[in-house]
Design a protein around this ligand. Structure first.
Ligand code: PHE
Length: 346
């Protein structure tokens, strides 16, 4: 037994000295101290020894176990130091590596809105702000949509619960459209008025590929002597040609909005089927691209403008819907998804 123990010691000390990697050392350790390793096997034979023999073999066994363990520890340290040394001289070649630089760019919707603002700016329209949280009065009442009027059903509205805040008792809501800028435009500006408002709007929507609860709108207010439906047709054509190219055809069709009279839906000839009728336009051949109309005399009056002297146009659309058509985007929810795969398409 003593001989066997010495032999194991010799054999393993040699192996330890020869080991050149940490993995090899791990293997040696397991061969010695692991389950069914040399130590395990030896200790299982102890039961066959006499008491006297055990007195000699026991301490020897323990001593050699310790020596070997220490030898492995020392060798591990040496190998580690060699590794650190070799790392010191290592250089990291970043030039040759394929690290792709990722350059950010404007969000497609922001880019589209900037383009829109530029197009109208050329005609003298200037941007104004209107709040995203507004009063029921500015968003609805002043626009000819009194409380309990069925016209409110056109806008699924998110009202704010203000009971626990010290706020005036007026009803507050998340604006449902940029038309809340109309009364501000009329009140704040000297005539003639050419203003535009871009920004977020919110509705209590059933979400699908064409409906978002948070979306953008763009709207202009144009008031002057003798402004008419002819100007509205011109503005619609001017803008849609700038966006979709000069061969787009534009038509106005009657549509009800309480704050304009007459009110119109602005249709563009379907850019996909050129009027033949397809899946995108639902077989109609035309796509409704904007809502507009002659500002209702009640709204003009509320804004301090005399409807007998002046007339005005309100004209607006949803940039996301239009960008979807222009760029062939299949789902409106992609815009706010933060999905890089989508954003990198632009
Ligand atoms: N505010 C209307 C909507 O959200 C669109 C519109 C704007 C209609 C301007 C007429 C004039 O549906």
């Amino acid at each position: 037994m003593e001989e066997k123990i010495s032999q194991i010691k010799k054999e393993y000390l040699h192996k330890i000295q020869k080991a050149s990697t940490l993995e090899q050392l791990d293997e040696i350790f397991i061969g010695l101290f692991g389950k069914n390793g040399e130590v395990d096997q030896l200790s299982r034979q102890f039961s066959t020894l006499s008491k006297d023999e055990l007195k000699i073999v026991g301490p020897l066994f323990n001593q050699i176990k310790q020596e070997l363990e220490q030898a492995i520890g020392n060798r591990r340290q040496v190998i580690k130091e060699e590794i650190y040394k070799s790392l010191e001289n290592e250089t990291f070649d970043i030039k040759g590596n394929e690290i792709k630089k990722r350059t950010g760019h404007m969000h497609p919707l922001t880019a589209f809105e900037e383009e829109t603002a530029k197009i109208f700016n050329k005609l003298g329209f200037v941007q104004i702000d209107a709040p995203l949280i507004d009063t029921d009065y500015n968003n609805f009442e002043v626009l000819n949509i009194p409380e309990n009027h069925p016209a409110r059903d056109l806008w699924d509205t998110l009202y704010l619960d203000t009971t626990n805040y010290q706020l005036p008792t007026t009803k507050l809501l998340l604006r449902t459209h940029t038309s809340n800028s109309q009364i501000r435009a009329l009140k704040s500006s000297k005539l003639p008025i050419r203003l535009m408002n871009i920004g977020r709007c919110f509705r209590y929507e059933n979400l699908d590929a064409r409906h978002e609860h948070t979306f953008e709108q763009f709207e202009i207010v144009y008031v002057d002597h003798g402004v008419s439906m002819a100007n509205l047709q011109y503005l619609s054509e001017y803008f849609l040609k700038a966006i979709f190219g000069s061969d787009i055809k534009v038509r106005l069709k009657p549509k009800y909005y309480p704050f304009v009279e007459p009110g119109v839906g602005v249709d563009g000839l379907c850019i996909f089927c050129k009027g033949k009728g397809c899946k995108v336009c639902g077989g109609i051949g035309w796509l409704e691209l904007a809502g507009a109309g002659m500002i209702h005399p009640n709204v003009l009056k509320a804004g301090g403008v005399d409807p007998n002297e002046y007339s005005g146009i309100a004209w607006g659309f949803g940039p996301a819907r239009m960008a979807m058509i222009k760029y062939g985007i299949e789902d409106i929810r992609l815009f706010n998804s933060g999905d890089l795969k989508f954003l990198e398409r632009f």
